[in-house]
Ligand binder design. Structure first.
Ligand SMILES: O=C(O)CCC(=O)C(=O)O
Length: 278
C-alpha cells in the first residue's frame, strides 16, 4: 500500500517514488526473463513484433508488451501489492493498458525526449498512470528519469509540428524545473499519464533497464484515432473491479495524434522529428 504522503505527492506533483517496491529476487527474475528473450538478437535477426533494436549498436532497446508475453512480468502486473497502489491513485475499477521494457543499454541507450504518455493514447478521461520499475541502480550517469513536478495539472502539451505528431513536446519546456529520479534497483515510480518526462542517453558502462506498466480507470475509453487505437487496445484487460458501462469525461478537448506517414515507435518518431522529417 502507498502511504498518505505518497498519495498526496502523486496528486500534487504527478508522481511518487517507492524505493524497495520490488525485492532483489523479483528484480533478478524479471531480468533473467528479459535476458532470455533478447539473447542472440541482432539487427539482421530479431523478432520485430516483440522488440526494437538500438540503431547504433547490435543491442535491443525495447521489449514490447512483456506483460502480455512473459510470465514474470505478467505476474507483477496482476499482483495485489501493485494493484493496491494503483487503486489508491486512480480508483477501484482498473484496466491494464500496456507494458514495455526499456533496456537503455550501456554506452548506447537512446535519449527519450520530453513527452506526456497520454499524447500517444487519447482517452475520455485522464485517470491513467504508468508504474516504472528500475531493474538496475539508476542515476544521472545511466539515464535516470526526469519528471516536471506539477506538469500533470495542465492540458496535453503541443507534441506537433505542421499539424503532425512528433512524439515529443514541441512547445518551450522549463527543463531546470525537472526532478531527476535516481534510485536503486527495485524502485517503483508511479507517474500520472500527463506528467511530462524524459531521460538522457546512457553514456555509462552500466545498463539502465526499466519495466513500464500502464493502467487506466475502467471508464477511460480510448478516443478512436484510426486502426492504431484497436492495435493498442489488444493488450487491455480488466485487472480489478467492474467493467465500465459508460465512458466518463473529465477533459473537453483531446489532441489526436496525426502521423505523417506511418505509426512509429516513440524512439523512431522522436529521431525523425530531430531530423526534421516527422
Ligand atoms: O525509458 C525511459 O527513460 C522513459 C521511457 C518512456 O517515457 C516511454 O517509453 O514512454
Amino acid at each position: 500500500m502507498l502511504t498518505e504522503e505518497q498519495i498526496e505527492q502523486f496528486h500534487r506533483h504527478g508522481f511518487t517514488v517507492c524505493p524497495g517496491f520490488l525485492d532483489a529476487h523479483t528484480v533478478q527474475e524479471l531480468l533473467r526473463e528479459a535476458e532470455g528473450v533478447i539473447a542472440g538478437s541482432t539487427h539482421a535477426n530479431h523478432d520485430a513484433e516483440r522488440m526494437e533494436m538500438e540503431p547504433d549498436g547490435a543491442v535491443v532497446r525495447r521489449l514490447y508488451e512483456p506483460c502480455t508475453h512473459y510470465p514474470q512480468a505478467r505476474a507483477l502486473a496482476d499482483s495485489d501489492e501493485l494493484l493496491d497502489g494503483v487503486e489508491q491513485l486512480i480508483g477501484p475499477n482498473l484496466l491494464f493498458h500496456y507494458s514495455k521494457l526499456n533496456m537503455k543499454p550501456a554506452e548506447v541507450g537512446s535519449v527519450v525526449e520530453w513527452h506526456q504518455d497520454l499524447s500517444y493514447y487519447p482517452l475520455t478521461n485522464t485517470d491513467s498512470l504508468a508504474v516504472l520499475f528500475y531493474l538496475d541502480d539508476t542515476d544521472a550517469g545511466n539515464g535516470a528519469l526526469k519528471i516536471v513536478p506539477g506538469g500533470h495539472e495542465g492540458v496535453v502539451m503541443d507534441h506537433t509540428r505542421d499539424g503532425y505528431f512528433q512524439g515529443r513536446v514541441t512547445e518551450a519546456m522549463d527543463d531546470p524545473q525537472a526532478a531527476l529520479i535516481e534510485g536503486p534497483a527495485g524502485t517503483a515510480i508511479f507517474m500520472h499519464g500527463l506528467a511530462p518526462h524524459a531521460s538522457e542517453p546512457n553514456t555509462s558502462e552500466r545498463p539502465r533497464r526499466t519495466l513500464i506498466l500502464s493502467y487506466r480507470a475502467a471508464d477511460a475509453f480510448p478516443v478512436y484515432c484510426g486502426p492504431m487505437t484497436a492495435k493498442h487496445d489488444v493488450h487491455v484487460r480488466l485487472v480489478r473491479g467492474e467493467p465500465a458501462r459508460a465512458a466518463r469525461f473529465n477533459i473537453t478537448s483531446f489532441p489526436i495524434p496525426q502521423y505523417k506517414d506511418k505509426v512509429a515507435s516513440l524512439y523512431e518518431l522522436q529521431q525523425r522529428s530531430r531530423e526534421g522529417e516527422a
